[in-house]
Design a protein around this ligand. Structure first.
Ligand code: FES
Length: 502
């Protein structure tokens, strides 16, 4: 027999069969509701209240919610399985993209009118984990608002490999429908949208099968750089290569409109990280499958870029100081906070360069008192485990090994260069942390944090026909390097897993 869920305050209801998870229903209904840890039962932020018939709390809910909340019917959408009719109130909505991750639009935009007529347009960073969406005023050339929403496709896997697999198993159309259900309600008065995403995300949205991205020899069935009219006019950024996507194209465009020339390195540190290296010899790009650790996801206290996320950790006056987004009390780590924490633990000798967390007896009294259950307890909601270190090592190994292959091609393997870091990082990324982790070489020069370059590249194209033309030209000059086919790549990768500075 069907179960009826009434969404309190939304004037909507859903009929479903018993045994379905509430987060699945939210995504299926296209209801704007964030799942900051991708529905993994880690962040405790997908709170809803059952106004009648609350299901029995799961072990995860007992851990992440207070007894009082549980008693008042509060549950986690990703943990609650509906078994009978209920009225459900949503306790959180989409959250604003932290301003720390966006540069002012003025000075970034190429010449020329918008590519299509209208008074408003959307720009979208189609991330594997998060959709970052901005609404643009085309006349004033301004960003009116920028929102972060969970990518509803997370239901089919957390990384591109599992999404490709899910698409090949017959879920392709359902995944695309889930995307539009979340995005279409955001259109309000906009005439078109510019989408910037990695190769898999864009190819999926464009409606192509993903088989050729799943098997060697990998081949991209779609080059991007096209307008689509259904179900809403949207432009898909050109893809740089098979696994170097439209998000990398956005980064290249952003650097160009910022006036960056000469030699340099740019890292886009997302789930699918991208590495760009250029000099007078040319520009090279490679993709580095890093996993979600750089986004502050998939780790024990990761919450991504949301209010209260720790962006930086320091030891101060006999305690720890946490710098957070919006200055709110710390609730978990975003990418830069996670990098900052591991760097601090390396400097303090809590972790050794191989990534091993030291035993209690090897630690100073300060850290010994924070040892708990095989990991560290750093404050309410702020735990850290050996498994977290391993996840950062895998992420860092992917990026460092790509750098070790690309830097010599541009002649930058000994020479200082400017580094541009994009991705889900706050503005507090400290260059010395990246060197301490051995993520980048010691001879790095100036380090510039760009924030969400994928979104800003899409914004530039949405605002300017000149940028739309320019991005195509820039992408056509990039040489994409397939890392796994490089001489001794496996050796370079294994050596890059260590936190040894180089
Ligand atoms: S999304 Fe449910 S706990 Fe994080």
């Amino acid at each position: 027999m069907d179960v009826r869920i009434v969404w309190e305050g939304l004037d909507r209801e859903t009929l479903t069969h018993p045994g379905v998870r509430l987060s699945y229903l939210l995504i299926k209904e296209g209801i704007d509701f964030p799942l900051p840890c991708g529905g993994e039962g880690i962040c405790g932020k997908c709170r809803v209240r059952f106004l009648e018939n609350p299901p029995a709390p799961s072990d995860v809910e007992k851990k992440l919610l207070s007894p009082r909340d549980i008693q008042q019917g509060v549950r986690l959408a990703c943990c609650s399985v509906v078994t009978q009719d209920a009225r459900v109130e949503l306790l959180h909505g989409a959250y604003a993209v932290p301003p720390e991750t966006l540069l002012p639009l003025k000075g970034l935009v190429c010449s020329g009118p918008p590519p299509r007529s209208g008074s408003k347009a959307l720009a979208l960073d189609l991330g594997t984990t998060t959709l970052a969406l901005s609404r643009l005023d085309l006349h004033g050339r301004e960003r009116e608002e920028a929102l972060a929403l969970p990518n509803p496709q997370s239901l089919w896997g957390r990384d591109v490999v599992s999404r490709v697999k899910a698409a090949m198993e017959g879920n392709r159309e359902a995944m695309v429908r889930a995307f539009w259900r979340i995005v279409l309600p955001q259109i309000r008065g906009c005439s078109y949208m510019v989408v910037s995403g990695n190769s898999v995300m864009e190819t999926l949205l464009a409606g192509y099968p993903l088989d050729s991205l799943a098997r060697y020899p990998f081949r991209a069935p779609f080059a991007g750089g096209e307008w689509r009219e259904e179900p809403f006019p949207h432009y898909l950024m050109p893809l740089v290569g098979c696994f170097v996507g439209g998000d990398a194209a956005s980064l290249i465009l952003l650097l160009d409109v910022m006036g960056v020339r000469e030699k340099g390195v740019a890292l886009d540190l997302g789930t699918n990280a991208e590495v760009l290296v250029w000099s007078s010899r040319g520009m090279w790009a490679a993709s580095a499958p890093a996993g979600p650790a750089f986004e502050g996801m998939g780790i024990s206290s990761g919450i991504g870029l949301s209010p209260g996320a720790v962006m930086m950790v320091e030891r101060e006056k006999g305690g720890l100081y946490f710098k957070t987004i919006n200055g709110e009390s710390p609730e978990g780590f975003c990418g830069s906070g996670f990098v900052s924490l591991v760097s601090l633990l390396l400097r303090e000798g809590v972790i050794d360069p191989s990534g091993r967390m030291k035993e209690e007896g090897e630690l100073s009294p300060f850290w010994r008192s924070r040892r708990e259950g095989g990991g560290l307890f750093l404050g309410p909601g702020l735990s850290f485990t050996q498994e977290d270190v391993r996840k950062l090592q895998l992420a860092k190994g992917a990026v460092t090994s790509a750098l070790k292959v690309l830097l010599p091609l541009a002649g930058l393997d000994k020479e200082a260069f400017s580094l541009y870091v994009a991705g889900a990082f706050g503005s507090s990324l400290e260059p010395h942390d990246l060197v301490t982790l051995g993520l980048i070489p010691r001879w790095v020069g100036e380090v510039v944090t760009l924030g969400n370059a994928s979104l800003m590249g899409a914004e530039a194209v949405a605002l300017s026909e000149g940028c739309l033309r320019r991005v195509g030209e820039l992408v056509s000059r990039v040489k994409v390097v397939d890392l796994v086919n490089q001489d001794k790549y496996q050796e370079i990768y294994l050596e890059s897993l260590s936190f040894e500075p180089w």
